[in-house]
Design a protein around this ligand. Structure first.
Ligand SMILES: C[S@@+](CC[C@H](N)C(=O)[O-])C[C@H]1O[C@@H](n2cnc3c(N)ncnc32)[C@H](O)[C@@H]1O
Length: 278
């Protein structure tokens, strides 16, 4: 699948009509897109630039763009709830997912986060994604394969319980670990054992009791920095002259993010000193 340039066979294209309705098709020479507004031949689209308009046999105009990763994540079939783009973006940057990184992820769920991680690690990284449920792993694999137009060579999706995984199973330690599951505190000993000194660990949890349990679990192991926790709130704005204001509706809560770094073995970090009260 191409990411830029004129449309080619195999591209996933989003057609947007005058009512801002979206239709998605995969370009195949000779195929046709039918609607009550007439027919668009795929061959009309192949060779056009993105951002062009194509006209159906009944005179309806459609704006053409390739599917972006966010479009795919929000529209793809899912077995488990996905991590939304606003949180994936935080994980990629705060989790310092770098080109060439070895990253361990669990659970793979629907594969939404896997896609962002795969992009960030580039061609020389490795992403190992554990998923305990076969049906969820099937969703993850089909969503990822569909987006990338085949299985990325850098991806190793595995059926299994992360609590049972050893550093040998992974072929050595990893640079980053990202967890999104109901009980991530059960995986903390594995994270301790597989993460390199200085490695970044991030967890995504939906509720306050989960947040507290993970934070306490990280502190108890005494091999991580003091964890930090936050949430990201995104509020869209309507910008139309004097009516410019925040949108009435927003996603008020998705989940909390937790972050910590692995210490070198046997290290006791200096205790943060608080200023004495006057
Ligand atoms: C919310 S989903 C993950 C969604 C995924 N991050 C995404 O963006 O599509 C949580 C997944 O963790 C899996 N899971 C729970 N415990 C697990 C474990 N110990 N090892 C591996 N996977 C686990 C569940 O089966 C579920 O599919």
């Amino acid at each position: 699948m191409a990411y830029s340039g004129p449309f080619q066979p195999g591209d996933r294209v989003q057609l947007t009509d005058a009512k801002r309705r979206h239709f998605t098709l995969i370009l195949q020479p000779g195929a046709k897109f039918h609607s009550h507004k007439g027919i668009v031949e795929h061959d009309q689209i192949i060779g056009m630039d993105e951002g062009s308009v194509v006209r159906s046999t009944l005179g309806a105009d459609y704006l053409l763009f390739r599917h972006l990763m966010v479009d795919h994540v929000l529209s793809m079939p899912r077995g488990a709830a996905v991590i939304y783009p606003k949180d994936s973006a935080q994980i990629i940057l705060e989790g310092d997912i770098f080109p060439g990184a070895r990253v361990l992820e669990a659970g793979a769920g629907s594969g939404a986060l896997s896609m962002s991680l795969l992009r960030a690690i580039g061609e020389n990284g490795q992403l190992i994604s554990y998923e305990i449920r076969q049906d969820h792993l099937d969703y993850a694999m089909s969503n990822v394969d569909e987006f990338f137009g085949g299985r990325p060579a850098t991806w190793d999706p595995r059926l299994g319980d992360l609590t049972q995984v050893t550093v040998e199973d992974l072929g050595g330690p990893v640079d980053r670990v990202v967890l999104d599951m109901l009980e991530p505190w059960e995986c903390l000993p594995v994270v301790r054992d597989v993460l390199i000194p200085g490695g970044v660990f991030m967890t995504y949890v939906a509720t306050v009791p989960q947040l507290m349990k993970v934070m306490e679990g990280i502190r108890e192991l005494q091999c991580f920095t003091e964890p930090k926790a936050w949430e990201s709130l995104v509020r869209e704005w309507k910008v139309e002259g004097l009516a410019t204001r925040p949108e009435h509706r927003m996603n008020a809560h998705t989940a909390f993010l937790i972050w910590a770094r692995r210490l070198a073995d046997g290290v006791t970090p200096p205790r943060p000193q608080r200023r004495a009260r006057k």
